[in-house]
Design a binder for this molecule. Structure first.
Ligand code: PGA
Length: 245
């Protein structure tokens, strides 16, 4: 696992957007695994800008998103389909048919199976973008005594519900379940890039980069098993966890 320390979160986002730009230049029909949450928003803004400037052509790119809440439709402002459309897809030249976000309505188990099929279709993702939960979760694979390898329905922990309540009018509105890629799905990607910023992430990032322990209580630590995993953090977060390179 490689750790990159940047001067600022803005630089983190530039570094990651440039990785994606360079990948698509090499492989115009690249398959990207994408993430939602606060962390990727400025990365997506940079990709939009690069697309406007003609630096990236998304016309042959395919994307699969990590997860989706159960019980809210793609038209709902807090759904991850809505998030991806409004923060990225509506502003770049990607055909919507090439983008997949699991359906959060109807038969959740069947929707999880459909997500698993999309993860496998056309082979592993060339690039998987990840954020990290305050509790070390990756996608919605929550800290637990066991983890699930394939796409599945996950019960969200109190910590995740509290962290995501900021996006909803009230905490009670936060869905309590989600459809998520499993850990095996994520580790199958050829390159996995995790971005983190902010002091709320200190315990999770400490477990990820400061020792050699792998534990299901911090799902991100499984990235230590991946040959091409990259963690990009800014100096503020690196200093807070005591990382010195
Ligand atoms: P955040 O969420 O980017 O909103 O901090 C990250 C995550 O929960 O994976």
């Amino acid at each position: 696992m490689k750790v990159i320390v940047t001067k600022s979160y803005d630089e983190t986002c530039t570094v990651i957007a440039e990785m994606i730009r360079d990948l698509i230049a090499r492989k115009p029909d690249a398959k990207l695994g994408l993430a939602t949450g606060g962390t990727p928003v400025p990365i997506y803004q940079k990709l939009i800008q690069m697309n406007r400037e003609g630096q990236i052509d998304f016309s042959q790119v395919h994307t699969v998103n990590l997860d989706e809440y159960c019980g809210i439709p793609g038209t709902h402002e807090q759904s991850y389909r809505y998030f991806m459309d409004s923060n990225l897809f509506d502003h770049i030249n990607i055909p919507k048919a090439n983008t997949f976000v699991a359906n959060g309505m109807g038969d959740f188990e069947a929707n999880a199976q459909e997500l698993e099929q999309k993860v496998r279709e056309g082979g592993p993702a060339d690039f998987q973008l990840l954020g990290i939960g305050n509790n070390g979760h990756i996608a919605f694979n929550e800290a637990s005594d066991h983890l699930i390898s394939v796409a599945h329905v996950e019960n969200l922990t109190e910590s995740t519900i509290n962290a995501n309540a900021r996006f909803f009018e009230k905490k009670e509105d936060v869905p309590t379940r989600a459809i998520t890629m499993g850990m095996g799905d994520i580790l199958a990607a050829k390159t996995v890039v995790l971005a983190a910023t902010g002091l709320a992430k200190v315990p999770a990032i400490k477990g990820l980069i400061m020792d050699d322990v792998i534990t299901t209580q911090n799902p991100s630590t499984l990235l230590k098993l991946h040959e091409n995993a990259v963690v990009v953090i800014d100096k503020e977060l690196a200093d807070a966890v005591g990382y010195q390179g």
